[in-house]
Design a protein around this ligand. Structure first.
Ligand SMILES: Nc1ncnc2c1ncn2[C@@H]1O[C@H](COP(=O)(O)OP(=O)(O)OP(=O)(O)O)[C@@H](O)[C@H]1O
Length: 233
C-alpha cells in the first residue's frame, strides 16, 4: 500500500481516498447514533470499491465524510493527499469542485439544461479555463448523440450516464456514487456500473459506490460491508 502515516507528521501518499479511524456521531445529544465507528478505508486511483450493508449502517455517512460534506468527530480523511480538516469552508467547497465528483441516485441533473450544458456548467464552476467540448466525455459514456436532450427527454439509464460524465468533467481524483442503479432495471443497472468501472480504470479515479444491488458487485474491484457504523470485509 502506498500510504504512510505517523502520529508526529501525518504523511499520506495515496492520491486516492484515505480514511483512518473516522468517528461520526449524529443526533441531538439526547439520542445520538454512532454513524461511523472507527472506520478506516483506503481507495487507490483506478479502483472501484463497493460499499454494501443494511439500511442505517452508515453508508451515506461514509460518503459524506469522504466528500467533505460532513466532518468526522475524530480521525483522518485525505483526498489526493490533502487532509480535509485543514480546509476552511470556502477552501473545502473549492477543493470539492476540483477534486471530487458526485453521482446520485437519480442523476440529479438540472431540469432546464441539456446534456452538453450540464457538463459546461461544471467546467465553468470549477474554473478549469480553456475551451471545453462536452461531446468527447458524453461520447465516452455513450451519450454523444444526445447532447441537446434535457433530462425529461432521457431515460433513467441515460440520465445516469450524463450524471457520470458530468461528475468526471473536473477530472476528479475521487468519485463518490450513491445508489446509481436504484431507479434502473436489471440491464441498465449492469450497463451503468460497467461504465463506472470502465471510467474508473481508464481515468485512474478512486471510486466509492454505495449500493444495495448485489447483481452489480462483480464489476467492482473490492466490496466492503458496513454494519452498525463499522466496516468489515
Ligand atoms: N441527521 C441525522 N440525525 C440523526 N441521526 C442520523 C442523521 N442522519 C443519519 N442518522 C442515523 O445515522 C445512522 C447512519 O445513517 P446513514 O444514512 O449513514 O445510513 P445508510 O447506511 O446510508 O442507510 P440507507 O441504506 O438507509 O441509506 C442511522 O442510524 C441513521 O438513522
Amino acid at each position: 500500500m502506498s500510504t504512510q502515516t505517523s502520529n508526529a507528521a501525518q504523511t499520506v501518499t495515496t492520491r486516492g481516498l484515505f480514511i483512518q479511524n473516522a468517528n461520526l456521531a449524529l443526533g441531538d445529544g439526547s439520542s445520538t447514533v454512532q454513524a461511523l465507528d472507527n472506520v478506516s478505508l483506503s481507495v487507490e486511483p483506478g479502483e472501484l470499491v463497493a460499499v454494501v450493508g443494511p439500511s442505517g449502517a452508515g453508508k451515506s455517512s461514509l460518503l459524506a465524510v469522504a466528500g467533505a460534506l460532513a466532518t468526522p468527530d475524530s480521525g483522518l480523511v485525505t483526498v489526493n493527499g490533502t487532509d480535509l480538516s485543514t480546509l476552511g469552508k470556502a477552501a473545502k467547497a473549492r477543493f470539492r469542485l476540483k477534486n471530487i465528483g458526485f453521482v446520485f441516485q437519480s442523476g440529479n441533473l438540472i431540469p432546464a439544461l441539456n446534456a452538453a450544458e450540464q457538463l459546461e456548467l461544471v467546467h465553468r464552476m470549477a474554473k478549469m479555463g480553456g475551451t471545453f467540448n462536452p461531446h468527447d466525455l458524453l461520447d465516452a459514456v455513450g451519450m454523444g448523440h444526445k447532447l441537446k436532450s434535457r433530462p425529461d427527454q432521457l431515460s433513467g439509464g441515460e440520465r445516469q450516464r450524463v450524471g457520470i460524465a458530468r461528475a468526471l468533467v473536473s477530472k476528479p481524483t475521487l468519485l463518490l456514487v450513491d445508489e446509481p442503479t436504484a431507479a434502473l432495471d436489471r440491464k441498465r443497472s449492469q450497463d451503468v456500473v460497467e461504465l463506472l468501472a470502465k471510467e474508473t480504470h481508464e481515468q485512474g479515479v478512486a471510486t466509492v459506490m454505495v449500493t444495495h444491488d448485489h447483481d452489480v458487485l462483480h464489476h467492482c474491484d473490492r466490496v466492503v460491508e458496513m454494519v452498525d457504523g463499522r466496516l468489515a470485509g
